[in-house]
Write a protein that binds this ligand. Structure first.
Ligand SMILES: [Fe+2]
Length: 426
């Protein structure tokens, strides 16, 4: 209907304008509500956060991966670290439930934050801090339970891995915080791990069966003093949280490792057999639950360890490698298969450039991560909480209190997610 404005009184024009403004506000609220519901967020989060679609995100299993949440700000307030902390404290259960069901949740848009803020977020999740002694990379604690991310040299890409997959009880949730993004590179690519397991089973069934049957052993050669310039440079003292040789041996015995002391104070360790393929208890899916050693940069990479004692003393250097769980070295078909899987993982990854203040929460049972090369400076911090168990070749979490019903992500079709109104673009 067309209305001649000249024929309306000032009062009528004002009333129409007010009605239009009200309609826009209602529409915006309705859209936000629709987005919240169709992104499968709990109703309790409505008006607090909304899902946004980051250009680099992908649809995996019919849902946006990662789920990216930004603050809903009322009354022209600027979002801040305090708002995010209050949100996490008030909605801790919902947030953790989303991390579990969606695999990855990126909290973006609250502005720059400090290491202390990240520590408070970690604490607000109220999960036990992970025992870090099994972590292979060099890290430094900068706030309570907040560490520098693996300080491997910027020129080295860190391959895909589950955090501390070589340990008996890896963390349940891995949090990364961006204090300072790199000018070039430095993203933390992520991948739903079941995709890697599916690819391995489909394309290399014999190798998959062998890995499932035998498991793997992780081999390390550690220096006596940490060398932060090396991705492998974490000392045995630092790794095992001990000071003396006797304490180291006690710790290794408790872990079920075998060990050999090498010249120059180097320590060669071999873990007990660990499963490489595990069932995730929550989804029933097979997960390629491995540490970075499983990813080969080339088929020529050798699985050192079984023969290290024979090496020339001058050649002994820090090493991370794998062998089969029965102690035999990996054969060439296995290396070729793992190399192929690692290339598939890179092809299938989701890599979102960091923004200052980002917090990325990963379900370590189902999602692998890696790190791209970068030009310094860059400061990404990490906090590891909760505990997974691998008992019975099944991954389950040792925190029974998470009672929030998981979101039915399988009911969100890619088309409804991509073509409708549900997701805004960041
Ligand atoms: Fe990691």
């Amino acid at each position: 209907m067309l209305v001649e404005v000249d024929s309306l009184s000032l009062y009528e024009v004002g009333a129409i304008a007010a009605a239009i403004v009200a309609a826009v506000i209602v529409s915006a609220k309705r859209m936000r509500s629709l987005r919240t519901r169709s992104a499968c967020l709990p109703a309790s989060l409505e008006g607090k956060v909304e899902a946004v679609f980051v250009a680099e995100a992908k649809i995996v299993d019919g849902a946006i991966f990662p789920l990216t949440l930004k603050p809903v700000v009322e009354d022209a307030q600027d979002p801040s670290a305090e708002h995010r902390l209050a949100f996490v404290r008030a909605h801790r259960d919902e947030l953790l439930s989303l991390v579990r069901s969606r695999g990855a949740v990126l909290l973006r848009g609250w502005g720059p934050c400090s290491a202390e803020h990240f520590s408070e977020i970690s604490t607000a999740l109220n999960l036990a801090a992970s025992e870090m002694s099994c972590s292979a990379g060099p890290r430094f604690e900068v706030a309570k339970n907040v560490f520098t991310a693996n300080e491997a040299p910027p020129s080295e890409r860190i391959p895909f891995h589950h955090e501390m997959a070589q340990c008996d009880n890896p963390p349940a949730v891995v949090m990364f915080f961006c204090e300072l993004p790199a000018q070039v590179g430095g993203a933390t690519p992520i991948l739903q791990s079941f995709l890697a397991a599916e690819y391995l089973r489909k394309n290399h069934p014999a190798v998959a069966e062998r890995l499932a049957d035998k498991g793997v052993k992780y081999v390390r050669i550690m220096p006596p003093v940490t060398d932060p310039s090396s991705a492998l440079g974490k000392s045995w003292r630092n790794s095992l949280r001990v000071e003396t040789v006797e304490e180291a041996e006690t710790s290794l015995r408790a872990l079920g490792c075998t060990w050999t002391w090498l010249p120059n104070g180097m320590l060669h360790t071999v873990t007990k057999s660990m499963p490489a393929l595990l069932l995730d208890e929550r989804t029933g899916r097979e997960i390629f639950f491995t540490a970075a050693e499983t990813t080969f940069n080339s088929v020529e990479d050798e699985a050192i360890g079984a023969t290290v004692e024979e090496k020339d003393e001058a050649l002994i250097r820090p090493v991370k490698a794998i062998i089969y769980g029965d102690g035999s070295p990996l054969d060439k078909p296995t290396k070729e298969a793992l190399f192929d899987v690692s290339e598939f993982m890179v092809r299938s990854q989701v890599s979102i450039p960091w923004q200052q203040g980002d917090a990325l929460l990963l379900n370590n049972a189902t999602v692998q991560h890696s790190r791209e090369t970068f030009t310094p400076p860059r400061r990404i911090l990490a906090s590891l909480v909760g505990q997974l168990s691998k008992a019975g070749h099944t991954l389950h979490e040792r925190d029974p209190e998470l009672g929030i019903k998981a979101c039915g992500i399988a009911t969100v079709s890619p088309s409804s997610t991509m073509d409708g109104l549900p997701i805004t673009h960041a």
